[in-house]
Write a protein that binds this ligand. Structure first.
Ligand code: ADP
Ligand code: ASP
Ligand code: MG
Length: 396
């Protein structure tokens, strides 16, 4: 039988009723004659609540203990979904990341999957059971529990689909697919039927939280068919396709923003200090978005993470940097599409749209696939709306 990996996000399993409706969807898919591995996220805001709880007992919780804590969230939803399936007459069994044999490196909070053993999942499928796997977690070679980073359950799902040879990976979420902008910010945003890997990866990195960036890269490199679908509808969703599947007429695909990011400026002591900066960021697995360099000054967008202050402070103490600023008042807004490199037309439209709305532009960078600009944090949604209005669907 063909194997399908499905993943259900936090809102989709956010209440007992939602869990029962996911169980009913799984039962229907099984009745259609496929084997199923189901990856689940923690219910609703459980992970955020656990992060908040940790902050109440410690100003600087050890990363190892954070992973021990946060993995509990997915353990709750996997067990509840398995129970709901039993109740619906569907045999099922749940596994943690470690029971599944999701072997990662040892970087707590940002672990990378090295390989998946998957023997217990295969045995469960052999016994005609639905295998439910806790998302976002794994185990290191030294048997430490790890997590893949926030939103990482999507990557668990795609990695499992690759390791088990699934025919496709279906990511079920609280919207009906990938849209031309976050439909919660731009109600007139349209669902995109197909998005090429490269543009989806840009969108994900630049803040469209609907897919974890690493899952897009994995789907591309391992040839996994990836779909994004609504857990509350029967809509066709969005397929992430290889580049060759889209023709030249693609222009602006979507507008996105990332309010979770901050603008960091570092003034380096000398050009050779670049290595010191990027090695601390890489060692801590901290994402760096849209970096720009001018003389000894480096500016980039990064997650609001207390780790940055500590690391950059260390660079100043060690004589690599003169000073740095972390500006929470600016967030990146991006237009993602193709053929931006042909002329200044796309840049002109971005600047016109923002100028007409009186939105001032900070630190920006452009590539053939994306134009990113910083805007005042309070104007982010306005910027997304005006850019969407002016640019989306502008097929040239
Ligand atoms: P899940 O818990 O299912 O993983 P997420 O919250 O991680 O769900 O991702 C889904 C959310 O992503 C949507 O509710 C939507 O608000 C947001 N989103 C941001 N940009 C987009 C986009 N371009 N298309 C669809 N959803 C988007
Ligand atoms: N529960 C984790 C988070 O909230 C992982 C996920 O949802 O993918 O980040
Ligand atoms: Mg998600």
């Amino acid at each position: 039988m063909q194997l399908v990996v499905q993943k259900y996000g936090g809102t989709s399993v956010g209440s007992p009723e939602r869990i029962k409706s996911v169980a009913a969807r799984i039962a229907r898919a099984r009745a259609d004659g496929v084997d199923l591995v189901v990856v689940v996220s923690a219910m609703g805001h459980t992970t955020d609540e656990l992060v908040c709880l940790a902050g109440k007992v410690s100003a600087n919780p050890p990363h190892r203990e954070m992973d021990m804590l946060l993995t509990a969230g997915e353990r709750i939803s996997m067990a509840l979904l398995s129970m709901a399936l039993h109740d619906a007459g569907v045999p099922a069994v749940s596994f943690t990341g470690s029971q599944t044999g999701i072997i990662t490196d040892s970087s707590h909070r940002a672990a990378r999957i090295k390989r998946i053993l998957g023997d217990r999942v295969r045995a469960a499928l052999g016994d005609k059971k639905v295998a439910i796997v806790a998302g976002f977690q794994g185990v290191s070679e030294t048997r430490e529990i790890t997590t893949l980073g926030r939103g990482g359950s999507d990557t668990t799902a795609v990695a499992l689909a690759a390791a088990l040879g699934a025919v496709r990976c279906e990511i079920y979420t609280d919207v009906d697919g990938v849209f031309s902008a976050d439909p919660r910010v731009v109600p007139e945003a349209v669902r995109l039927d197909r998005v090429p890997h490269a543009l989806m990866a840009e969108l994900a990195v630049l803040g469209a939280g609907v897919l974890h960036p690493r899952c897009v890269e994995l789907a591309k490199s391992r040839g996994v068919e990836l779909r994004v679908l609504g857990s509350l509808s029967d809509d066709a969703g969005t397929v992430i396709v290889p580049e060759g599947d889209v023709m030249e007429d693609f222009f602006v695909t979507a507008v996105t923003a990332d309010k979770g990011k901050t603008l960091i400026t570092v003034e380096l002591e000398r050009a050779t200090a670049h290595a010191a900066l990027w090695s601390v960021a890489a060692a801590a697995h901290l994402a760096v978005v849209a970096p720009a360099f001018a003389g000894g000054v480096v500016r980039f967008y990064a997650d609001k993470d207390a780790e940055w202050k500590r690391l950059l402070g260390g660079l100043v103490t060690d004589g690599f940097a003169k000073r740095f600023t972390i500006d929470d008042g600016v967030a990146p807004v991006s237009v993602v599409g193709s053929r931006f490199a042909q002329d200044g037309g796309a840049l002109l439209s971005v600047m016109e749209a923002l100028g007409e709305a009186g939105i001032q532009v900070e630190q920006g960078v452009a590539s053939p696939h994306a134009i990113t600009v910083g805007v005042a944090a309070g104007r982010v949604d306005d910027a997304v709306r005006v850019l969407h209005k002016k640019m989306v669907g502008a097929v040239k």
